[in-house]
Design a binder for this molecule. Sequence first.
Ligand code: SF4
Length: 243
Amino acid sequence: MKQLTHTIKKELLKRIYLHHGEWLADTPLACGKGCATCCTQSVTMTGLEGQLIAEYLQQQDRLTELDRILAHRPQTSGPAPITTNAFAEYCLKGVEPAEPVHEEWDFTPCPFLQENICTIYSARPFSCRAFVSTVNCAKTGSAEIAPLVLTVNTVYTQLIEELAQGQLWGKMLDILECYQIKGGGHKNGTTGHHLRRAKPIPGLLVCEEEQKPVQAILERLGAEMISGQPIRTLLGLEEVLYQ
Ligand code: SF4
């Protein structure tokens, strides 16, 4: 991937969110406004997504609210699971991951949820956008997701991690604490045992029969322009698609 400014990275992230939302619009889903079963404190994200949320809250004059949320949250215990691209690296090498892949799910509701409505909806991280289900999971107890949707969501997750590579990765509140806006700029977080660093894409986790539809989606994304340059070039999609 090319060296990109923070502004371009943010534009790319927003475009990836938009592109994913447009693609998903054709899929019949049970999810809707007021459905918040998946809105827990286990949501993970990249530092770049954390910066977008912090900047959104700043624009809305809600940084005090963020400070209050962070001051009252329980501290995360235990090591963070590996990131999606770290997991992909193990898979592509055919090696069992030597680090934790999952952690115990924390069902505490997300602090941005009010009366079952997300109060940062337009800035919510990709994990929230990827939690979709064809059945009402509040009734069935678990979500159902078509295999291709799962694969495409994983690919977008990998792209966002690539875009945020080198930045911290972890649970939403841990990341927001690291990228709080203080004195006019983002705090630069330091790693702890509950945080990881976002990694570049080692290859996509796509099986042979899904390669064609995934390639078509990425080619559509790649053809879009940001600041006069195709996203394909900015994200280095050729390397990702044809490696
Ligand atoms: S950020 Fe919004 S969509 Fe995501 S878990 Fe919190 S309330 Fe739900």
